[in-house]
Design a protein around this ligand. Structure first.
Ligand code: HEC
Ligand code: HEC
Length: 204
């Protein structure tokens, strides 16, 4: 009996291990995120006049928690975010990430300029430069894939997306496992980055 129990746990534990992250307390996360709302908005959708500050609403908890840990360990470096999260415990990170995942993300709109280029890049990549379609990982409507830790992108401020793609391209952001996004961004021209960022702002 005990042997069977041990066997069962050894099979089940790895399965549960992955979802513990998502088990934060939403109500606790709300009260712990009061300081964050100054920049990330009362509803987690950012502040229109400051589009370099990302929307967090609706983002997968696993992805948000990874970013907060990466800021703490300096795997992702940012002078504004570093002091904001220095004192957060692992429990705080899980609670805050669950809270933002529970909020509804709003969608912006794309300007007409370069819209077609952006859509083609997102949906089909660029065969000439070997650029993969963003859709393959981030999904047809930009919702990402929580199990694979591919973040949601839909509706994100174009300015923030552009800054991140430029940072992956210059490798000032290098917290992507297996350099998956650095590979993508180094294949992109500045114009392609602008086009796809504009498309994503209205994607849903
Ligand atoms: C003074 C403004 C400010 C405050 C306050 C602030 N942030 Fe940020 N946050 C930013 C900026 C700017 C970025 C983009 C940084 C970068 O480019 O890496 C960011 C990025 C993030 C990201 C990365 C999002 C993504 O899509 O990868 C997360 C998660 C985040 N902040 C969570 C928080 C939390 C949680 C708090 C409160 C504990 C907080 N922030 C407080 C300005 C702020
Ligand atoms: C092979 C899978 C894959 C492909 C293809 C891909 N991405 Fe990503 N992307 C990822 C992963 C994984 C991350 C999370 C990296 C991390 O953990 O910080 C990411 C992160 C991002 C981020 C940062 C999000 C944030 O909130 O900070 C942006 C922006 C992004 N991708 C845009 C794109 C665009 C645009 C394309 C197409 C030109 C693309 N991606 C293609 C896997 C992919």
């Amino acid at each position: 009996m005990l042997r069977n129990f041990c066997f069962l746990m050894s099979v089940l534990l790895p399965l549960f291990g992955g979802s513990v992250l998502a088990n934060g307390d939403i109500a606790a996360g709300k009260s712990k995120s009061v300081t964050c709302s100054a920049c990330h908005g009362q509803d987690g959708n950012g502040v229109e006049s400051l589009p370099m500050q990302p929307r967090l609403a609706g983002q997968h908890a696993e992805y948000t928690a990874k970013q907060l840990r990466d800021y703490q360990s300096k795997a992702r470096e940012n002078a504004i975010m570093a002091p904001m999260i220095a004192a957060l415990s692992e429990e705080d990170i899980n609670d805050i990430s669950a809270y933002y995942a529970s909020l509804k993300g709003t969608i912006g709109s794309s300007s007409a300029e370069l819209l077609e280029t952006g859509e083609t890049l997102y949906r089909a990549g660029n065969a000439e430069t070997g650029l993969a379609a963003c859709m393959a990982c981030h999904g047809p409507s930009g919702r990402g894939n929580p199990a694979a830790k591919y973040p949601a992108l839909s509706g994100q401020w174009a300015e923030y997306t552009k800054i991140q793609l430029m940072a992956f391209k210059s490798e000032t952001r290098s917290n992507d496992l297996s350099a998956v996004m650095r590979d993508v961004a180094t294949k992109m021209s500045k114009e392609e980055i602008e086009a796809v960022s504009n498309y994503i702002q209205g994607l849903h």
